[in-house]
Each structure stands twice: as C-alpha cells, then as structure tokens.
Design a protein around this ligand. Structure first.
Ligand SMILES: C[S@@+](CC[C@H](N)C(=O)[O-])C[C@H]1O[C@@H](n2cnc3c(N)ncnc32)[C@H](O)[C@@H]1O
Length: 238
C-alpha cells in the first residue's frame, strides 16, 4: 500500500502545489480563520498538537513556525509527504513525531498511548477520504485524545444538504475544467479521477451531529463556503 500511495502522492503533489498557488480550493481564507481562532483560544500556551492527514505540513507551516509548541505529531499515509515536513516547517523547537500510517490505524494506536494528551487536534482536507461511519468513529476517538480544554479543528470539503454524492462531484469538479487554468489536461484528468474515486464529503449537519454524538458540546462553524465547498468547524467541550 505504502509504495503505491507514494506513487500517487508524487503524481498529485505538483497538482496540489498549483492548487495552493492559485488558491483554487480557498485555502487562504479558511487557514486564515483557523490561525486566528487558534491564536484567540490558545495564546501563551505550549501546545501539544496532532495533525491528521498532515501531508507535507506546508499549509500549517506558518502557524507551526510562529507558535509555542510542546509537541507536534503528524499522521499521513504518504512517506514522501512526511519526508518534506522538515523542509517545510524547519526545525520546530519541540518534540516531533511523524506517523507514516493510515489515520484510522494511527488514531487507534494513539488512543491506547496518548489519551487526553492533546490541546489541539487538526485535520485539513483529509477526513473526506473516509465515509461517514468511519468519520463518526474517528470523531469519538479524537474527543478521547483531547485534554479537557482541548479543541478539534476540522477543515474539509463538504456536501450540501440533500445533495447526492454524484451531484456534489459534478458540481465540485466543474470549475476544474472552466477555471483551474493552471492545470494542464492530464492534471485535470488525474484530479478528477482521484476526487471521483476517493472523496466522500459529509454535509454540515452530518458533521455537526457526529460532533455532538462524540460528546463535543461546543461545535462552532467558523466558515461554510459553498463556492469552494470548504467548511471549518471548531469543537470542544467548553
Ligand atoms: C489534500 S492533502 C491535505 C494536506 C494538508 N492537511 C492540508 O491541509 O493541506 C490530504 C492528505 O491526507 C492524506 N491521507 C488521505 N487519506 C489518508 C489516510 N487514510 N490516512 C492517512 N493519511 C491520509 C494524504 O496522503 C494527503 O497528504
């Protein structure tokens, strides 16, 4: 699985770079809001931070470099992505653990070893790779991994209420043909194939009910942007 996945990562890495560079998925706004909320909620704290599906950590790099961290733990299926983390974040003055594993397996392992030990758990554009049932069970485990005052921040794509997966995919992918001009034909085809085979976004209502079922009593939606299909949820128990 690992070497296949690395091959996929290599093919897709250039595409993701272009997407970020041209802000096609709306990263700038949603990560700006995430960082503002992290600063507001966790100023002057040394954070234990878990990043689920961290990739090469470039989207969180500015925050990681300027924050006071006790530890940073990143999980990703792609070894090649994890190898780029040090290059992107530099030397973090904290304990760094990079887990090259499926996040379902890694989170299960962490619940055995580091329950109640994280101030912040973050996942950016990764959990939509699993279906609702698995996502719901991950929410419950994430809740257990948090300290009592900790928060889980989720950035992901999301589906509109009542929209089928097929309609979502057609709607989401339409601009890749008409507006994502930095991608060539082959890259658009790869991207479309990847999204159609791997994306299982949830609706906002479904995500909020997963949060509530997992025991999060305070779930705030900091952004729901229908044009980019991006959502940012922040949840805790206070
Ligand atoms: C679109 S990238 C997002 C990277 C980064 N979090 C961000 O916000 O830019 C999705 C990442 O999730 C990882 N990923 C997807 N499914 C995974 C799984 N089941 N277990 C671990 N990582 C996974 C991919 O390897 C990829 O690095």
């Amino acid at each position: 699985m690992s070497s296949d996945y690395n091959h996929i990562f290599n093919q897709h890495w250039t595409i993701y770079q272009k997407i970020l560079q041209h802000d096609y998925m709306g990263h700038q706004a949603v990560f700006g809001l995430l960082e503002a909320s992290l600063l507001a909620n966790f100023a002057n704290q040394k954070l234990d931070l878990l990043d689920i599906g961290c990739g090469d950590a470039q989207t969180l790099a500015a925050f990681l470099q300027t924050s006071s961290l006790q530890s940073y733990t990143g999980i990703d299926l792609s070894k090649e992505a994890l190898q780029l983390v040090p290059k992107n974040v530099g030397t973090l003055n904290c304990a760094v653990t990079l887990m090259n594993d499926d996040f379902v397996t890694a989170i299960e392992q962490l619940t055995q070893e580091r329950s109640g030990q994280f101030d912040v758990i973050f996942s950016g554009f990764a959990l939509h790779h699993v279906e609702d049932k698995i996502k719901a069970s991950l929410f419950a485990k994430i809740k257990h991994l948090l300290k009592p005052q900790g928060r889980f921040y989720l950035i992901d794509v999301y589906q509109q209420e009542g929209e089928s997966r097929a309609s979502y995919l057609d709607r989401y992918l339409a601009p890749t043909f008409t507006h994502w001009h930095a991608l060539d034909e082959h890259e658009i085809e790869l991207l479309n194939t990847h999204v159609r085979s791997s994306d299982y976004p949830s609706t906002r209502t479904k995500l909020e009910s997963m949060a509530s079922d997992a025991g999060f009593t305070n779930c705030e939606c900091l952004l729901a942007d229908p044009s980019h299909s991006n959502i940012l949820l922040s949840m805790g128990t206070y």
